[in-house]
Write a new protein. Structure first.
Length: 266
């Protein structure tokens, strides 16, 4: 019985099966071809734009960073600046200016720092592969992305919640997996993750926050702008036991460090 049914039905089934399958295959193949042509024609302009950004990035490194009048020489820093897609951290309408020699607005009255300032601060911080680094002022997340490839872990704090959320999702989307972002007041640091080998502050208080000094390990480095808007100095600090060595390295202009409630740091 079973044999008969199989014999009776199987040729028919096979024929229908085959011709059905080949029609499906033909349609499938032409759809695949059509989609791959569409994908190629859509991918071409995207690739061209990405190539333009890559070319702008290369120019930025040679003209704004390596140039003798700027003098960035740290190979890891130059490599990071040549690799991290800065345009991905800049609002869409401003992307064409992402590699220009100045800061840009990122919303909420904040800015992404000038490429040179990012490179300069990172170089002065002297990042090492085993370092755990704290950043105050995540902003766009760009500085954290630059540090990501140079150190073991980056902890970054941002006081404007939508900026913290956006930076966190951009960093995850772009694959910077060793960066943790926290929404909060960076003046207090990140005590649970302390001590840090290095601390980078990208907003300006009018004095060096004591909690940050306490969360720096002995021998650790901190780079921090201090002062009022039109009279700020970037300081490189080194903790030596109870002492804090202090070197003034560059006049700068950062947004002020604010405190909860929007007030500048006391
Ligand atoms: N490093 C950023 C640029 C920082 S702009 C980048 O790569 O894009 C300075 C940032 O510091 C702003 O986003 C501002 O909201 C933030 N900020 C100001 N006061 C702060 C505080 N007390 N704690 C944490 N972040 C603060």
């Amino acid at each position: 019985m079973f044999e008969r049914i199989r014999r009776t039905h199987s040729p028919q089934a096979t024929r229908v099966g085959w011709s059905g399958q080949s029609r499906v295959l033909r349609v499938g193949r032409s759809l695949a071809l059509w989609f791959s042509l569409l994908a190629t024609s859509l991918a071409a302009p995207v690739r061209a734009v990405e190539d333009e950004y890559a070319a702008a990035r290369t120019r930025m490194v040679s003209e704004q960073l390596r140039a003798h009048w700027r003098g960035i020489t740290h190979p890891g820093v130059l490599q990071a600046m040549a690799t991290v897609p800065r345009h991905e951290f800049v609002p869409l309408p401003l992307r064409r200016y992402a590699y220009d020699d100045h800061p840009l607005p990122i919303g909420h009255a904040q800015t992404i720092s000038q490429p040179y300032v990012v490179a300069f601060m990172t170089e002065k911080l002297d990042p090492k592969p085993a370092d755990r680094v704290l950043e105050i002022g995540t902003g766009s997340g760009y500085q954290a992305a630059i540090l990501s490839g140079l150190v073991k872990e980056v902890f970054s704090i941002e006081i404007v919640e939508p900026l913290a959320r956006r930076a966190e999702s951009d960093l995850a989307r772009l694959g910077y997996r060793n960066v943790r972002v926290r929404y909060g007041d960076g003046y207090q640091g990140w005590p649970e993750a302390a001590p840090f080998d290095a601390i980078i502050v990208t907003c300006a208080p009018d004095h060096v926050p004591q909690p940050l000094v306490e969360q720096l390990r002995d021998g650790g480095r901190m780079i921090i702008p201090v002062g009022e808007l039109d009279d700020q100095q970037l300081f490189l600090l080194r903790k030596r036991g109870a002492k804090l060595e202090r070197e003034s390295v560059l006049p700068v202009r950062f947004v002020p460090m604010t405190r909860p409630g929007g007030k500048p740091a006391p």
